[in-house]
Design a protein around this ligand. Sequence first.
Ligand code: PEP
Length: 252
Amino acid sequence: MRKNIVAGNWKMNKTLDEGIQLAEEVDKLVAQGVPDNTEVIIAPPYIHLAELSKRINTKRVHLSAQNCASEPTGAYTGEISAAMVKSTGAEYVIIGHSERRKYYGETNAILKKKIELALENQLNPIYCCGEVLDQRNANQHFEVVKSQISDALFFLSEEEFSKIIIAYEPVWAIGTGVTASPEQAQEMHAYIRQLVTDRYGEQVAENITILYGGSCKPSNAKELFSNKDVDGGLIGGASLKAGDFYAIIQSV
Ligand code: PEP
């Protein structure tokens, strides 16, 4: 059965003490209850993961990294491997966020290597895709998303692909306050599910979780999540306040 997920991407925010406070607040709220069949994930900075895994109930609030290295181990100063992420107690890793693509030159080929390493280390990838504004204005958004997904994911076996969560995040909506309309989100999510159907068949496509990301907040979450192919959200700014994040979780 398809799972709903709400995941908070903290990006480069919160010191360790602040992170502990936020994670404990989220954990406490989530303990009050979440909608059926809904999983809650937080993605703090790497260096908080091990500590947070001791401080919160990770069966209730699951942990994700925001990235991992494209190499397994060795002389890559400053990098964090998928195995290291796994060893902290994290279960998920965000791969291909548009900020990584834009500021760190991450291509679909690099992301493919990260996906492979994440799966080898029993991490579930949350794979981000989405077009920039110029591409949408030029009506290239479907082609862009198609190549992001097929280049980095469609080499996987059916069993491996079933562990992937896809996050559609139109870049023009991330951190801008401009949200995709529910119709735009549903249109792209249905397109992505069709791509998966064409490659892996209907059963796999039915079960895959596809999240929406981009200026999602308590005031618009319900409308976005009510679409039949939108299975929750990847939340940036609004995940930094426990109350807002919990309100979004309640909207699934
Ligand atoms: C994100 O960075 O994944 C995101 C969706 O950010 P925001 O919610 O702040 O637009």
